[in-house]
Structures are given as structure tokens and as C-alpha cells.
Design a protein around this ligand. Structure first.
Ligand code: AMP
Length: 278
């Protein structure tokens, strides 16, 4: 695996790369969820490029940027072992020189769900993803369904702005108890980690109920809420049933397909998860 740290050195390499080029981006704190994206890219790309950059612009002032559990050495080794060909690790000043003054901003879809709780978060995401696409120039880019809204925001941006890139989504990887893998799981105490399993259990119970024919959105939402309320450590940010593309909230009857998503705080840790009802 070749590690490059500047845009210029990547550009020199780029002309020699075999297409299709698959891009797997991460903030760091690499785990099996990220590595599953590498596996997916390996199936249909000749060259796998990974991008390791803890993007400050997608973190709010009171969020966890300064303690984010990313260890460069460990991340590099995991990505290399899994078969990444080129890893770009840019510095913050390479990406955001002192005169940097642009924002890529999408509309309504970025104001819902996570966007309503984390103002500016998706502006940070779309700005860095646009830059990353322009720098790496991949044919395909791989993103996890775990970050359902991020995936849809990026799909919308690619469509609206005509990026010549195929966005490929990959299923959520979970631990043996169903907890979605996340770099932030490292923050959880033993008790918090135990109660974090209620997230997926709630989603699954609601999904089973939906599959048995329940279509009342309040009832389905409430199944998840009741499961989360079993834990005094969990504070609910939202439990949402939304149109799977636009993410607009559904009231009344659920029609298919629908995204059932949630966000909670367990102690200070922000966790999200989702399932698709279809
Ligand atoms: P992050 O480093 O958290 O920004 O994540 C980088 C990419 O990995 C994003 O596309 C995420 O959606 C994806 N990802 C994170 N966790 C998981 C998971 N448990 N399963 C599948 N993909 C994931």
C-alpha cells in the first residue's frame, strides 16, 4: 500500500492507476464496518483508494473532535492488511488552507434528523466529500448504510451536481449482540455498552411488527421508544419513520419502503442506527 500525504503526490500517482478506482473514505478509528467497504470495493474495482481524514468541519463546537478515537498507525495497518492500494492522509492545512472560504450546502434533506440536532454537520460533510471526489476522482465511492442520512445526502449531491461517480452503499456491520460497529463505541463503559444493544433490539422488534402487518406509524415508533426506555442510561434524540429517499417524516399509515432510524445519547456518546422497512 502506498501512503500519500499531499494532493500533488496523489495527482502524480493518479495518471498510472487502473480503473475502475474505488474510494473508501473514513474519519479514522477503523473497524470491520469500514473494512467491509474495502471488501465491497475490491469486488468491483481494480484500484482501491482510501482516504483518512478527521474532518473538523463536520464536528460542532461541543462535539468530540478532540477526543475522536482515531489511531493513525493502527488504521494504516488495518487498511493495508485488507487490501487498500493507496491511502491518502492529508493534513488539515492541505485540505483547508488559511484562505479556504467555500461551503457546499444542500437544502431540506440536511435539515432533518441528524441535521436538526447537529447544525452545520452536513455542510461539513458535503464540502469535504466534494473536495475528496475532486481530489481522488474515483469511479465509485463506497458508503455505509449505518449513516443512512449521510448516504442519502451524498447521493442527492452527486445527482444534483452531476458528479460522474457511482455511489455504492453497503450494509451495516454489527457485533455479535447486534450493536452497529462505530468508532464511537470505544467511548462506552461496560454498562453503557450493554444498554446500547437496546437500539438494535428496538429496531428489530419494530421491524418484526411491521412485517406482521402493522402499518400505524405511532405504534411502530413507540415499540422502539419503549425498548430504549428500558435503560436509564439512554436519552432519546429522535426515533423517526421517514420516506426512505427524502427522509421526510411519516405520520399516519406507513407505506413501503420506509426508513426507521434513531439517535440517542448514552452518557456523552452519540449513537445512531436504522433499519429499512420494506
Ligand atoms: P466514518 O469513519 O465514521 O465517517 O465512516 C466511514 C464510512 O464507514 C461511512 O461510509 C460509514 O457509513 C461507514 N461505516 C461506519 N460504520 C459502519 C458499519 N458498522 N457498517 C458499515 N459501514 C459503516
Amino acid at each position: 500500500m502506498e501512503i500519500v500525504r499531499t494532493i500533488e503526490s496523489y495527482r502524480e500517482l493518479y495518471t498510472h492507476l487502473q480503473h475502475p478506482i474505488g474510494l473508501v473514505p473514513t474519519l479514522g478509528g477503523v473497524h470491520e464496518g469500514h473494512l467491509s467497504l474495502v471488501d465491497a470495493a475490491k469486488k468491483d474495482c481494480e484500484t482501491i483508494v482510501s482516504w483518512l481524514f478527521l474532518n473538523p468541519k463536520q464536528f460542532g463546537p461541543n462535539e468530540d473532535l478532540n477526543i475522536y478515537p482515531a489511531e493513525e498507525k493502527e488504521d494504516v495497518s488495518l487498511l493495508e492488511q485488507r487490501g487498500v492500494n493507496i491511502l491518502l492522509i492529508p493534513t488539515t492545512t492541505e485540505i483547508y488552507p488559511s484562505d479556504f472560504d467555500s461551503v457546499i450546502k444542500l437544502g431540506k434533506i440536511t435539515k432533518l434528523l441528524e441535521g436538526s440536532r447537529r447544525p452545520g454537520h452536513f455542510d461539513g460533510v458535503t464540502t469535504i466529500v466534494s473536495k475528496m471526489f475532486n481530489i481522488i476522482q474515483p469511479d465509485r465511492a463506497y458508503f455505509g448504510e449505518k449513516d443512512a442520512q449521510q448516504l442519502r445526502v451524498i447521493q442527492k449531491m452527486v445527482k444534483d451536481l452531476n458528479f460522474p461517480i457511482e455511489i455504492v452503499s453497503s450494509p451495516t456491520i454489527r457485533d455479535s449482540e447486534g450493536l452497529a460497529l462505530s468508532s464511537r463505541n470505544k467511548y462506552l463503559s461496560v454498562a453503557e455498552r450493554h444498554d446500547a444493544t437496546f437500539l438494535y433490539q428496538g429496531l428489530l422488534k419494530a421491524k418484526v411488527c411491521y412485517e406482521l402487518g402493522e402499518r400505524n406509524s405511532d405504534i411502530v415508533r413507540n415499540i422502539v421508544i419503549q425498548e430504549l426506555k428500558k435503560s436509564s442510561l439512554i436519552s432519546i434524540d429522535y426515533v423517526s419513520l421517514s420516506d426512505h429517499q427524502t427522509l421526510e417524516e411519516i405520520s399516519g399509515e406507513i407505506s413501503s419502503p420506509t426508513l426507521l432510524s434513531l439517535a440517542v445519547h448514552i452518557g456523552k456518546t452519540h449513537l445512531i442506527d436504522n433499519v429499512l422497512l420494506q
